[in-house]
Design a protein around this ligand. Structure first.
Ligand code: CA
Length: 236
């Protein structure tokens, strides 16, 4: 139904296996996408920043920086920070690292894969992205977050937040159900580091819990992921 909206979107294929890259390129073009192959040699991040893709298909084993490193760079890049990254993984140990989520990828497919599967996954991510970019208001369960007015309502009552608390909560609302480490949150929400430390994240999470949780000491929405970081549990 929303297929036509995606036509012409730029998809970067970062893959050094020429046959595989050509196969993906062919199929994406046939689906109406504007795809381009990056062979992973040289400065891939810079090339991606210049081209500004809507989504990146990212191989792990590459001749230059590996896919994990490139993904980390993408997450820190102001030009590309929110672009979905789908890993193309060949080995189970690569998959373990992707699933560890410390990398910042959004999804993965394991080789050998069907191009149909890749295209279906990729469309799902683009559709999700469109929903977020089209709507300046997130309504999730009892929450209503207005990104334009920068106001939060919980069960119809306004909750006052500081700028950082608002930014942090907006980030979680845009990625419900995903776990983030303190480092990832610092990179994504605080950007330029200055004098903030991972401890800063804990402090802001605690304050946010005091504002939005009925029982801040046993949170329902902003939960701790033991040994890793935090997650926003979207209420059903
Ligand atoms: Ca490869």
């Amino acid at each position: 139904m929303t297929e036509s909206v995606q036509t012409g979107k730029r998809i970067a294929i970062v893959e050094d296996e020429a046959d595989l890259a050509a196969l993906l390129h062919y199929n994406l073009r046939r689906e109406g996408f504007d795809s381009r192959v990056f062979d992973g040699a040289g400065n891939t991040l810079k090339a991606l920043e210049q081209w500004r893709p809507a989504l990146v298909l990212l191989d792990v084993m590459l001749p230059g920086a590996d896919g994990f490193e490139i993904c980390r760079q993408i997450r820190k890049s102001t030009a590309l920070g929110c672009v979905p990254v789908l890993f193309l993984t060949a080995r189970s140990d690569e998959l373990d690292r992707v699933l560890g989520l410390e990398i910042g990828g959004d999804d993965y497919v394991t080789k050998p894969f069907s191009t149909r599967e890749v295209v279906a996954r990729l469309k799902a991510h683009l559709r999700r992205g469109e929903l977020h970019s089209e709507s300046p208001v997130h309504e999730i369960g009892p929450f209503r977050l207005d990104l334009v007015a920068r106001r939060l309502f919980f069960l119809g009552r306004e909750v006052t937040l500081t700028a950082t608390e608002f930014n942090l909560l907006s980030f979680f609302f845009a990625h419900p159900g995903r776990a983030y480490s303190r480092e990832q949150l610092l990179d994504s929400v605080w950007g330029e580091r200055g004098c903030v430390t991972p401890r800063t994240v804990d402090v802001h999470i605690r304050r946010l819990r005091e504002r939005i949780e009925e029982q801040p000491e046993s949170p329902r929405y902003l939960t701790t992921v033991r040994g890793f970081g935090y997650r926003f549990e979207a209420p059903g």
